[in-house]
Design a protein around this ligand. Sequence first.
Ligand SMILES: CC(C)(COP(=O)(O)OP(=O)(O)OC[C@H]1O[C@@H](n2cnc3c(N)ncnc32)[C@H](O)[C@@H]1OP(=O)(O)O)[C@@H](O)C(=O)NCCC(=O)NCCS
Length: 339
Amino acid sequence: MHISSFLIQEGRDSDYAALSDLMDVMRAERVPDEPSAPLSERQVAWRSVPELYRIRTWLAWEDGQAVGRAEAGYPDVPENAHLLHTLFEVHPAHRRRGLGRTLLAEVVTYAETLGRRSLLLSSVSNVPDGEAFLQRIGARPALEMRVSRLELADVDAGLLDRWLEAGPAADFELGFWTGVYPDEHLEDIARLYDILNTAPRGELEVEDVRTSAEELRQRDRSFAATGQRRWVAYALERASGRFVGFTELDWHPARPGTLSQGATGVFPEFRGRGLGRWLKAAMLRRVMLELPEARRIETGNAQSNAPMLAINVALGFRPHRTLINWQLEVEQARRYLDG
Ligand SMILES: CC(C)(COP(=O)(O)OP(=O)(O)OC[C@H]1O[C@@H](n2cnc3c(N)ncnc32)[C@H](O)[C@@H]1OP(=O)(O)O)[C@@H](O)C(=O)NCCC(=O)NCCS
């Protein structure tokens, strides 16, 4: 066994091919009913990851095959300089032989070199090995998320009509950004993303982030390169001309059956007026009208996010799996490795 490492934008074709094969295996374990992206699409995505995102990958090789990988990354922004987002995966046929531990040692040394003292990790309920590993190495569960699915055939069209009619249209205008964001509104859109700082974080020790227009621009460039599609519905206050809420939906046209419902946010001072329901209903109505190939929408919410879950459950989203976000101090990981 040997380990190689590269920045995600700078892999060789052979690294990408091996990584993609391993990802197919891991994905089949996690979400067996969802198709994987082909290597060609993943390769474009990796090469066009925004420059702002510093993501390093380690591959554990055996007989020319990648049997394990680790990833550690951070956005190059002022906030959360203590954090490193990480991921560990070992091929099911190669588990319980110390590969996870070996990959952890690489990432911990990297974190120490960078001076980042805390790792973020995640596990899913249908892959219990991940949770057992994280408990053993001393990570603590910090935020539980519910991944839910809405089968579009089950959507109650009457409910959508009622929510659309009840929208506060006298005071707010509803619209869509389709594809890359318009340059003239980038700064306003960046401020909309600040709303996400108010979403529940459980016990995660993370700071607020201030999204920059430059980060949105880089994300949009990589989106465009990969062919990913995105609709964002927004609400604009008529009196002030201020954007006050939004909801995102994205998908890849090669796999149009499942759409991904991304972030939704309404500024705290505009909550309680039906904007969240209005935005969600408008998005869903557009999906029903314009995307006949779509069969379902998947989304993730903190289990403690009662207002968002109430809207999603009323729309017909049903729990599919649980995802746990964990946090691990680098010092604790070092104690495990040295123990
Ligand atoms: C998590 C994962 C990477 C572990 O890989 P691995 O190569 O099997 O891990 P190791 O053999 O190095 O085990 C490291 C330690 O965790 C323990 N451990 C690992 N899997 C375990 C399990 N299923 N049950 C109990 N303990 C387990 C090992 O016993 C070992 O403890 P030790 O140091 O006392 O000997 C692998 O199970 C996996 O890919 N899971 C799916 C992806 C995932 O959920 N990752 C979560 C972290 S981001």
